[in-house]
Design a protein around this ligand. Sequence first.
Ligand SMILES: [Zn+2]
Length: 275
Amino acid sequence: MKVTFYGTRGSCPTPGKSTLKYGGNTACVLVESEDGRKLILDAGTGIRVLGDEMVKNHDDIYLLLSHNHHDHIQGFPFFKPLYQAGRNIYIYPAKTNPNQPRAAIEQMNGSYFPLEEHELKANFEFKDTSWEQQPVTINGFRVHRREINHPNGGAAYIVEHGSKRVAYVTDNELNPPNKMATSAYEWKEFLLGVDLVIHDGQYIEKDMPLKHGWGHSLISEVVDLAKCANIKMLAFYSHDPDRTDDEIDQWQQKIDNMKLDNDIFFAKEGQCIEL
Ligand SMILES: [Zn+2]
């Protein structure tokens, strides 16, 4: 299984000199199986570059969304396969409150984006969001889901193929001040033994208490989760728009100094992990 990061930034794209190393595009990850099947996670601005690659063939496209906040769907209108005649695109939205399963395409309404849905050439199918915790099969991958602790809800995924599993848990607050959708114990159970866990680590202690309840985790909380869930490989994701490359490097150094058994790193745009 191969995992490629096309966008790693949370909340807002951050082009500029101080974010070159870890990237400025928002959420998008591609998972590929050994037999060449693909699954896209989220449609932040990173999906634009992925679209430039995918437009070269006509394979069916499968896109899973964590939720509809702008940084997770903003790149969708710039995904070139949308404009390919006869291209089949299957979109799996997460259940949110309010539930707007077609939000990715509804943003293309002439007001936020000049083209409208009827002008797109691809064939779209928005899949049912009612599947709760039952695993489903999507393009040959087994997909498990849990609800994230995030304002207005959304989904985290484990994508499984053969003996390999990758978890995508972005925009998740491990210790929210309000009601938890999924508890720390449930996350530990869900993520146990997963080969690569991609987890939100947007905040640091000095962001608190202002951002407590905004739906993202402290880096330190996620390190604790990695230790207690015995996570082999953890990729921090959804980097704060204000976090510079130098600051992220300093956090990497702090974590390396802990000399943990877990392989913990901050995901970089363009990085590819072979599992
Ligand atoms: Zn969000």
